[in-house]
Design a protein around this ligand. Sequence first.
Ligand SMILES: [Zn+2]
Length: 303
Amino acid sequence: MAEPAATGRCTLCGAGYTRLHERRRCVCRAVPASCYKNGMRIEVHAPVAILSYHQTDLPPPRGTPGRCLVVPPLRFERQMRALHALGWRGLSLRDLAPYLRGERAGKVVGLTLDDGFLSNFLHALPVLQRLGFTATAFVVSAHVGGTNCWDAPLGAALRPLMDLPHLRAWARAGMEVGAHTCHHGDLTAIAPSRARAEIVQCRRDLELALDQEVRSFSYPYGRHRAEHVAWTRTAGYEWAVTTFSQRACAGADPLRLPRITVWSSTPLPLLLGQVATGLEDRQRAIARAVRCALMPQWHVPAG
Ligand SMILES: [Zn+2]
């Protein structure tokens, strides 16, 4: 039987697939990562979930701001083990690149950890290594070895961040170090010239300190505008992540990638549903449609 025709792209969402699919609908939402049609294996690309963690640590007392982002180490391990047992592979953004470009298909999930907390080195790294997973830690370059002092005005608990030897060991273990600006400022709330410097200088500082290329970026608080996306591009980043909550389609804008935040309270079945099914995508699409219908003036573009 003849091979399906050349490389194609979804006519609706633009997601690429390695072989042309007969269906004229968005295959990334319609079918699993691979299927058989007329006896031929057809490669299609299911959306990829990129998970966003912050701390893997014992939570601070109830009522402490930011507590919802602290996932206990045992819970994190249970989540990773469950994904592994179900055949999923956790990958850093760097390792996820071929899947996001639509060049490969498979049961993969992106793993990112914002802010560079030491707890992730102590608790998450051993779990990732045992399972053969990789992950990206997004580091605030001016606070390497310090604390998350930018959270102090909110009353959040201050916790130690990885220092340079930790970051070097993180990278040696096959993990990725990404950039998260120099000072963790909200890019949409500071002067444009400063925002640009935060994006550009963070990459330079980390590359100089680690002697390796830094290609991934995370917008602090997920907040960004079109000019920030443009500056990440000119600064040389290949990937940038937001907090817009849905899975990433192959062929999605690499500098505005959505992520699904894992909260301290996220139950394991929900997490697995968010990774493996369109649960999060549908929820967000419905919420957006309702918001647009009821309050069109509140509608803002994704991210
Ligand atoms: Zn952050």
